[in-house]
Design a protein. Structure first.
Length: 384
C-alpha cells in the first residue's frame, strides 16, 4: 500500500494510541494522570448522581439533565481508565481471529466508547443550555415540551448523538493487510476535512450556541423585576428599629413585623443559570487549548504530539470530566443541601450555626446579631 495514500495513527484525537509499554507514545506519567483523573471522575460524578437522586426535586427536568451529565462523565471516566490506562491488544495478534481482530481494531483500539461518550457529554451540555433557554424565554412552550415522560427521552438524545456521530471514527480504522497493524487509513485531504469538521462540530458550534443562548437569557432576566410578596412573619420577632441600631439595645415590641418576601423561585432560577454558565466556562477553559492544537495538527502538522505542552493540553481536556461536581458543590444550592442531608458531620455543623439568626449589616458601623431562641433576645456585636 502506497505511503502517500495511507497514514497510520495520523488523526487520533488528543494523543496517539497507547500501548502496553509505558515507554511508548503514552509514557508512565500520562497513564498515571489518566488513572487519577478517571478515578476522581468516577467518584465525584457518582456522588453527584447519588445526592441528586436523594433530593426531592429529582423529577425536575434540570436535575435530570444534570444527573445525565454526571452519568455521562462518570462513564467517560471509566472508559478513560479502560482505554488509556490498561494494556490494549497489540497488532498483529496471533491470538485473535480475523473477524474478531477487526472488531477489536475498529471498536476498542479506536477508543470509540470513550470518544462517543465525550461527544455525548458536549451534546448534553447543549441540551442543558437549551432547557434553561426555553424555561426563561418561553415558559408555556417549556411546560409542554419538557414534561416528565418526554424529558426522559430527551435525556437519551445526547447518548444517541454522541455515539452516532462518532461512528465515522470506526470506519476510518482498519487493519493494514501488509503489516497486520491496526491504524487509520486516510489521505491528507480527508485528514484536513475531518480535522476542520471535528473542530467546528465538537467545539466551535456548541460553544458559540451556548454563549449566544446565555447572553439572551441574561438580557431577558435583566429586563425583569423580581416581584416582592408582602406578608407578615409567622411568629413574633424581636428586632431593632433603624433608629436604635447605633444608639440603644432595646428590642422593638414583639408585635408581628411586616416583611417583604423575595421571589425565591426567581432566585433559584438564577442560581441554576449561574451554575450552568460556570460549567460552560469550564468547558471553554478545558477544551480550547487542545482543540486549537488538534486543528493545527490536522491542517499543518506543525505540532509535536509528544511535547510536554501538548500532553498538558490533553490532561486539561480530560479534567473537564471532573470539574463539574466541584462547581455543583460550591454553586448549586440543590446539590449543596442534598449533600448536607447525607453527610452527618456537615448537617450537624449546619444546624449548630444556622439557628434562626438575622444579621443586620450596618455600613461604617458594627454588625448586629439578633437571635430569637425560646423568646430570648441575645445581642452580639462584631467590629468590622
Amino acid at each position: 500500500m502506497a505511503t502517500s495514500e495511507t497514514t497510520l495513527f495520523v488523526t487520533v484525537p488528543l494523543d496517539s494510541l497507547p500501548t502496553s509499554e509505558p515507554s511508548s507514545s503514552d509514557p508512565l506519567v500520562m497513564r498515571v494522570a489518566y488513572g487519577i483523573i478517571g478515578t476522581v471522575g468516577i467518584l465525584s460524578n457518582g456522588l453527584v448522581i447519588y445526592v441528586l437522586i436523594r433530593v426531592s426535586q429529582t423529577r425536575q427536568v434540570i436535575n435530570m439533565f444534570i444527573i445525565n451529565q454526571s452519568l455521562i462523565d462518570m462513564f467517560t471516566s471509566l472508559m478513560l481508565i479502560l482505554c488509556y490506562v490498561l494494556p490494549v491488544v497489540q497488532f498483529p495478534s496471533p491470538t485473535l481471529s480475523e473477524s474478531f481482530g477487526r472488531f477489536v481494531c475498529v471498536f476498542w483500539y479506536s477508543k470509540y466508547p470513550c470518544w462517543g461518550s465525550i461527544i455525548a457529554s458536549t451534546a448534553n451540555l447543549v441540551c442543558l443550555t437549551m432547557e434553561r433557554y426555553m424555561a426563561v424565554i418561553s415558559p408555556l412552550r417549556y411546560q409542554k415540551l419538557f414534561r416528565w415522560p418526554r424529558s426522559v427521552w430527551l435525556a437519551i438524545l445526547p447518548w444517541l448523538v454522541g455515539y452516532t456521530y462518532q461512528t465515522y471514527w470506526i470506519f476510518m480504522h482498519t487493519i493494514d493487510p501488509d503489516t497486520g497493524k491496526c491504524g487509520i487509513r486516510t489521505s491528507k485531504e480527508v485528514q484536513i476535512a475531518a480535522g476542520v469538521t471535528a473542530f467546528v462540530t465538537q467545539y466551535f458550534f456548541p460553544l458559540s450556541l451556548m454563549t449566544f443562548v446565555y447572553i439572551r437569557i441574561a438580557k431577558s432576566l435583566n429586563h425583569r423585576v423580581e416581584p416582592m410578596v408582602s406578608g407578615e412573619s409567622s411568629r413574633p420577632v424581636s428586632t431593632l428599629s433603624p433608629s436604635q441600631v447605633g444608639n440603644a439595645w432595646e428590642p422593638v415590641s414583639n408585635d408581628r413585623v411586616p416583611t417583604m418576601l423575595p421571589n425565591f423561585r426567581g432566585r433559584a432560577r438564577r442560581n441554576v443559570i449561574k451554575t450552568l454558565v460556570l460549567v460552560c466556562v469550564a468547558f471553554f477553559v478545558c477544551w480550547t487549548p487542545n482543540q486549537v492544537c488538534y486543528l493545527i495538527f490536522n491542517t499543518a502538522q506543525d505540532i509535536d504530539k509528544k511535547s510536554p505542552m501538548f500532553r498538558l493540553t490533553i490532561i486539561l481536556a480530560f479534567c473537564n470530566m471532573i470539574v463539574n461536581p466541584f462547581i455543583y458543590a460550591f454553586k448549586y444550592r440543590v446539590f449543596r443541601h442534598g449533600l448536607l442531608e447525607i453527610v452527618p458531620c456537615l448537617r450537624l455543623a449546619l444546624q449548630s450555626t444556622a439557628d434562626t439568626s438575622i444579621r443586620l449589616e450596618v455600613p461604617n458601623q458594627r454588625s448586629v446579631m439578633v437571635r430569637t431562641d425560646d423568646s430570648r433576645v441575645s445581642k452580639t456585636v462584631k467590629s468590622k
